[in-house]
Design a protein around this ligand. Structure first.
Ligand SMILES: [Fe+2]
Length: 396
């Protein structure tokens, strides 16, 4: 159990004390701690100083530091450390600075021991034959039980697509559900949009045509991270949703067609929306990589691409690689297909999972689907917050 008398930490996270201090050392002014779990971690004096939980460094309510990096002497050194009576770790300083006390769970948790946990777990990649349906949860249970709601959000984070089923069909339910996760991200289609057939459509989505695999909003500097679709009614025939894990496609290209993969990571396409009332444009590579080479997002939408202004050899390389991506995106082996049923709420990662649909017969019945966007950060924040609740260790 956590000792409530331990020093504050510069956050509202839970830091269980999982290891004891075996030995303290001072090395070039840094604190080195040998922990009982075998880790040996070194802490820079300025890291410790600016995270001192004392009230003149850390605001006790906001848990944010109130000082500038320049308020500490550049050559500040740790001179000694010991365990204080309450179990905190007490550090003594050069320059006549008063001592500081640290939470041992926090100190162990932030220590470098050769491995850094990623902020977000690695995605679970899939092809259509491996994941034939979205991970699905009972909608009423999810809305009534935080644990089930959290399971739905984790599935969305890990698989990039997850569904609630059997929800009551009523006004406001989609908005209320999304706002439990975080703020809605509006778009040029409004705060919420309805997928219906329009006489003057500003997107192919507002027709009954089939839609090829794509992400929405490739025309934005940062495309919307999440999309939520709530099917209120569907008695038409056809119109099945088609979903594809673009990270799986990209990883397969990295392995099997490395030249195309490199081109997809290097060549920037510009996307522009085709609206009489707005003029969004953005550019970026089809495959976005993080600093460790991991795939962070895709920007793929074949009908919103602007003409590529580039040298002929670059145009050739761009088209060959785009076609290589399209061949896999349109390959059924990668695709998950399913019907939208009344009461289904489908959530997906718009920057990872491509969506599309079969065409449908607009004369054969009614089809009413509401849509809302949000962002990935809101999902990740909601998961962390619910996880604190779930463990019953939320800190005030
Ligand atoms: Fe779309």
């Amino acid at each position: 159990m956590e000792n409530v008398d331990l020093p504050l930490t510069p956050d509202f996270e839970v830091w269980p004390v999982t290891a004891k201090t075996e030995r303290f050392l001072v090395q070039d002014g840094a604190l080195v701690v040998e922990w009982s779990d075998g880790a040996r971690c070194a802490y820079h004096p300025l890291l410790l100083a600016e995270n001192d939980p004392a009230g003149d460094v850390l605001h006790p309510l906001s848990r944010e530091t109130v000082l500038s990096p320049l308020d500490f002497p550049e050559e500040l050194k740790v001179v000694d450390a010991q365990i204080s009576e309450d179990g905190g770790i007490e550090v003594f300083w050069s320059h006549g600075r008063r001592g500081s006390r640290y939470h041992p769970g926090w100190l162990r948790g932030i220590g470098w021991s050769g491995v850094v946990e990623p902020l977000i777990p690695a995605p679970i990649l899939w092809r259509g034959r491996e994941l034939t349906e979205p991970p699905t949860f009972d909608g009423s249970q999810a809305l009534g039980d935080e644990t089930v709601f959290l399971s739905w959000l984790r599935a969305l984070r890990d698989y990039g697509v997850a569904r609630l089923e059997g929800l009551p069909v009523r006004d406001g339910l989609l908005m209320e559900t999304v706002e439990r996760i975080g703020p809605v991200r509006e778009s040029n289609f409004g705060r919420m949009y309805t997928l219906e057939i329009k006489d003057d459509p500003d997107s192919n989505a507002f027709t009954s045509s089939a839609l090829l695999q794509h992400i929405d909003m490739p025309t934005r500097e940062c495309p919307h991270g999440l999309q939520f679709l709530f099917c209120r009614e569907n008695t038409t025939s056809g119109g099945e949703g088609i979903y594809t894990d673009a990270c799986r496609i990209a990883e397969d290209l990295r392995e099997e067609e490395p030249e195309h993969f490199r081109a997809l990571c290097e060549i920037c396409w510009t996307y522009n929306n085709r609206s009489k009332r707005s003029g969004y444009k953005a550019s970026g590579p089809v495959v976005e990589l993080g600093t460790s080479g991991e795939i962070t997002a895709v920007r793929y939408n074949s009908w919103l691409r602007a003409p590529l202004v580039a040298a002929l050899e670059d145009q050739d390389r761009a088209y060959r690689s785009y076609r290589a991506f399209a061949r896999r995106a349109q390959d059924e082996a990668y695709q998950m297909k399913f019907a939208y049923r009344s009461g289904d709420l489908l959530a997906f990662d718009n920057r990872r999972v491509l969506h599309g649909r079969n065409g449908y017969d607009a004369q054969g019945g009614k089809r009413l689907i509401e849509g809302i966007y949000a962002d990935r950060d809101d999902l990740h924040s909601a998961i962390r917050t619910l996880e604190r609740h779930a463990t019953g260790r939320e800190k005030s």
